[in-house]
Every structure is written in structure tokens, then in C-alpha cells.
Write a protein that binds this ligand. Sequence first.
Ligand code: GLU
Length: 418
Amino acid sequence: MEFLLQNSVFRMACSQFDRTADFLQLPDAVRERVKWPKRAIAVSIPVRMDSGDVRVFSGYRVQHHLTLGPTKGGLRYAPDLDMGESAALAMWMSWKCALVDLPYGGAKGGVACDPRKLSLRENEAITRRFTQELIPFIGPQVDVPAPDMGTNPQTMAWILDTYSTHIGHSVPSVVTGKPLGLGGSAGRNEATGRGIAFLAHHAAHQMKLPAECRVIVQGFGNVGTYAAIAMAQYGSKVIGIGDVSGAIYNPNGIDVVALRQFVDSGRSLAEYTEGEHITNEQLLEQPCDILIPAAKEQVITGANAAKIQCRILAEGANGPTTPEADAILDQRPEILVIPDILCNAGGVIVSYFEWVQGLQSFFWTEAEVMDKLYRILTHAFTQVMRTAEEKKIPMRIAALSIGIRKVSDAKAARGLFP
Ligand code: GLU
């Protein structure tokens, strides 16, 4: 699988892994076994477009390890998605699930397409054909997709329908993050963002930051929106928000719900008048208490890590901080990093709740879901914090070491077949 190393996001995930494996002193044979993905599937997806032309899209699904149960992770629809990025994201899902004790290996994948340029019918056709191609490789006990960038509960509903039609009866647990009316879980849609806000607020409280923290959120999709709304509900002031069209900065505070309604009405964030317009790069460097990158990978880099001005870096996105940036942040003890595999784990935790509820056909209230979610996040945060302090290692390495250790121990306990 060396070809994956052509991708910079995969190299980044490997560099984090290698650094953690060094810390854990994992023998070479164990490293190799734990690091590389078990399966990397690429499919061609021929689709008739609204114009009548047929276009062939590339779809990917990487299943990182099969040691603990089905694989789990989102599907991303993005123009530049490839196998390397999917493999990196699958690897992070493995450490994330292990860190919070979910009985899953990591997976990730999606389709290289621009969902903003597709009609609803084209999007549905791509999704259904992609699912058809993946049928031998997914299922409630095999691999369970969920939403990620560019996909949503409707995407999951189409996958559920296509898969169930093939099986001959409804199989809701083939996906999570599906609509409530199809067996989705209360709280799943909001879970990633709310989990990030919960942990950021928890950390701010421990660090005795002022109750009205200044928060900047880069990314205004599902994750960024719910993180910003929840931060405002905790009494923080959201002073900056960015999306693909640009960023808005207002030191007096942004009404996040009003901005969400504005963007949902079809206008772009760049047209919003209640604040100053700046670039996403400038947004990341504004002074604040809590900085939440909640968009893409590699936005905090060697070029801007020395310039960010926050006390807490709460990583909502997967892989927002490069290893070069980590080296700089390691020298900035005034900043607490809540690493991605911990910070954004709320999404997959509630996905797990959804899967469990579906398999039992027994559903929980939103209060039960959120209570269980916050307990798991608090426990994981405490464990990571304690490990970082005791071993004098960065928060990222502490979180990764807990996840990687659990996966390598599980593989050792199972032994090697044959
Ligand atoms: N895509 C989300 C993540 O990166 C959620 C995955 C899931 O719920 O399976 O964690």
C-alpha cells in the first residue's frame, strides 16, 4: 500500500503514527501491522447526468482494521478526494474509536465530486450507484458509513434504501446519521459540534478562562454550525466565523443562528453585513480564547502556527494541524490543543448509539443520548490530559498513544492467522 504515501494527508497521518509509535516503543513488526489499512477499495461510478451525458466518478472506501468489529466512518463528497486522503481519515477513525472504546475499526471514503455542482437527482444517482458497487463490502457487521463533508442524512437514507432493496428487507443499521424517521438517533446531527463545544467549555473551565470566552470557528458546515451555536449557549461570544466564501469578524459577537438562517436562505457568508470581512487565513490569526478549526485538513501549518492567538485549539476538523505546526505548538505551552480524535469524537460516539439502538430496535431520548455522550467525552478528556501530564507529552501524542495501544493490544491478543 506504499502508493498511499503519494498523498500529503496520508503522510501526515503516518508521521503522527510514527511519532506515537516511537513514544510507545512499538516493535517494527507491530507498527507495520497496525499502521497500514486492511482494505482499500476503489470503484468506478457511471452516472447519467441531467444533460443526458454519462460521467464516470471515482469512489473510495478504506477500511483500516477489522480487529474489533465492523469498520466505521464517514463518506465525503469532495472534488479532490482520493484514496490517500480516505486512508488517512480511516486511520484517524481507528484511533478515535479506540480512544473512546467503541467496538469498531476505522473507515472513510466517498466520491470525488463537487456536490454543490450536482442536482439532487444526480447526487442521488451517484449515491445509489456507489452503494451498489460497495454492497459486498458494507453492512451492519461489516462496515457502517455515516455523513462527513458534502454528505448528510438524505445521503444515508439513499444508501439505506439501496442496500435494503438488495437484501430484501429494511436494514437501517447499515448506516448511521440517517433521518430520525428512518431509525436515526436523537442528537446525532448535532453531536459532533456539541461534543466539540462541550470539551472546549470543559477545558476553559479547568483553565479558569473567563465565562464569556471569545470563540472563532473556521468552517460553517454541520460541525462548525452546531459547535458555534453550542458555544454561544454556554455563554461564550462567537467573534469570528469562516466558510469557503470567506470569513466574518465581529468583536462584539455574531448572532450564529441569524447567520445560519442567512446562509440557509441561499445567500453566502460573504454577503453578510453584521461584521468585518476578512480571509480565512486572517480569521485563524485573530486573538481569541478558543479557536475551532472545523473545516478541512492542514489549515494550521508551519506558516501560521506561531501566529495563532488562542488559549485552546479545539480541533473540530480531522487533521487540521500539520506536523510542522505541531512542532511549533509543542513550544507554546500557553495553548491547550484538544486533538481531533478526541475533540470531534462526539459524532462517531452518537453514531455508535444509533447503531446499538437500531440493532435492538429500542430507542433513547435525546437527554439519555447527550448524557451518555458527555460522560464518555469527559472520561476520555481526563484520560488524555492525565497521560499528557504524567508522561510529559503533547495532548495529540497522548490521545493517539491510548488509541494506538488499544488497537495493537487487540491485534496481539487475537494473534496472527494462520
Ligand atoms: N465523519 C465523522 C467523523 O469523522 C463521523 C463518522 C461516523 O459517525 O461514523 O468522525
